[in-house]
Design a protein around this ligand. Structure first.
Ligand code: F0G
Length: 392
């Protein structure tokens, strides 16, 4: 395996502790050995480890991650003028988000180097996932979260799995900066944010699954962007499946951000060589990020694929979250509804096969549902009041 820099084309042999390019500081990517492609990808088994031939570890602590449902959504598709709309429901993963795909691989590498503990900064899902896989592997987990800005379901999972939690008085970007500095000083800590390219290798299996289920690549993939690891991982996955000869053409990648936290949309628009907004704010706390570490990879994915990036408001996110649950039965967290909100707003009529990535389960953030239109009433314990509720 090789580490490769997408900015300056630097290459060096893979090592599990090198994350950024020593020449230009851009987060590196892991390139599997060419033989892995020559073998044509004879995949066996299910889930993330089905693709072990293209991963930086052969096995790892597992909870049955991957193999999530790709659900056809005819009712919403029709409304958006799309012939074929699918939602890949990553909430079906063991801890309820796509992060599990990367953690099973990331924690495998942590064990490989003999790390005593793993660490991350998180808006919640990375923390919950890392805590679970660390518990599974029998090592310690240390998470830094922005104080008061993590959804309750995610925090509960992290507490239950026995992680040490530091509530940083600042936002995610402060927590991220701190954990990178901490891990650089403390060699017994293995950093598992998406600046670690090995974690993204696990996440690319999402793209493989979509292609295997459909028998080809979709025309368009729409997903939320926060730290921008996932869009980078998916684009890499599609390109590798093309290299393998498994798909002919590549999808257009569309990244969606919340209006109050949209540094990548802004950087793409300006052609800027920096990517940051101060004090990001959105109800979709998962993607409340102002300085995404993988922004260069995300910009490359969007440009190379002929895709785009755009924003949605909190109100549009909430409405889309409600639509997806009430019309299709898929209850996802606010960040995961952003692609649906974008489809409604943007209108991609005639776009062909569109796949939205629903990155996390709705139960992660139960409180937010209090802002949905509700059909609840308190009733006296008698049939009369109940019969009033039955549609005629
Ligand atoms: N959707 C959900 C539900 C997330 O939790 C995240 C990121 C994203 C989308 C964005 O993915 O960062 O790869 O662009 N959550 C991270 C966390 C930041 O700490 O859980 P990305």
């Amino acid at each position: 395996m090789t580490l490769h820099c997408i900015s300056c084309d630097h290459r060096q042999p893979h090592d599990p502790l090198t994350f950024v390019c020593p020449r230009c500081g851009t987060p590196l990517e892991v390139l599997p050995d060419p033989e892995a492609f020559a073998r044509g990808g004879s995949f066996e088994g299910r889930g993330v480890w089905r693709y072990r031939a293209l991963l930086p570890a052969g096995r790892g602590p597992t909870l049955g991650e991957g193999d999530t449902g790709l659900h056809r959504c005819e009712r919403l598709g029709l409304e958006f003028g799309l012939s074929t709309l699918y939602v890949k429901n990553e909430g079906e993963n063991p801890t309820g988000s796509f992060k599990d795909r990367g953690m099973t691989v990331g924690v495998a590498l942590a064990l490989g180097i003999g790390a005593r503990a793993v660490a991350c900064a998180s808006t919640g899902n990375t923390a919950a996932s890392m805590a679970a896989y660390a518990a599974r592997a029998g090592i310690e987990a240390i998470v830094l979260v922005p104080a008061g800005k993590v959804a309750s379901g995610k925090l509960s999972q992290t507490v239950a799995c026995g992680a040490t939690i530091a509530h940083v008085e600042g936002d995610f970007d402060d927590a991220m900066r701190l954990v990178v500095e901490l891990a650089a000083r403390e060699r017994s800590l293995y950093l598992l944010n998406s600046i670690n390219p090995n974690r993204l290798e696990g996440q690319k299996t999402l793209a493989f699954e979509v292609c295997e289920t459909l028998g080809s690549a979709p025309d368009v993939v729409v997903l939320p962007m926060g730290n921008a690891g996932n869009i980078s991982a998916l684009w890499k996955g599609f390109k590798e499946f093309q290299l393998l000869g498994r798909i002919e053409r590549l999808p257009r990648m569309i990244g969606v951000q919340a209006e109050g936290a949209a540094p990548i949309v802004r950087a793409l628009g300006d052609g800027a060589d920096a990517c940051r907004v101060e004090r990001p704010e959105t109800i979709a706390t998962a993607i409340r990020i102002g300085a995404p570490v993988n922004w260069k990879k995300a910009v490359a994915a969007i440009r190379e694929s002929g895709g785009e990036a755009g924003t949605v408001t909190d109100a549009e996110i909430l409405a889309a979250q409600h639509d997806l649950a009430a019309r299709e039965g898929l209850f996802v967290e606010p960040a995961s509804a952003a692609p649906i909100a974008y489809l409604r707003k943007r209108g991609l009529e005639g776009a062909g096969t569109v796949v939205c990535i629903a990155t996390g389960h709705g139960l992660k953030d139960p409180e937010v549902v209090s802002r949905h239109p509700a059909r609840e009433t308190r009733v006296a314990p008698g049939l009369e009041a109940l019969r009033e509720l039955i549609p005629r």
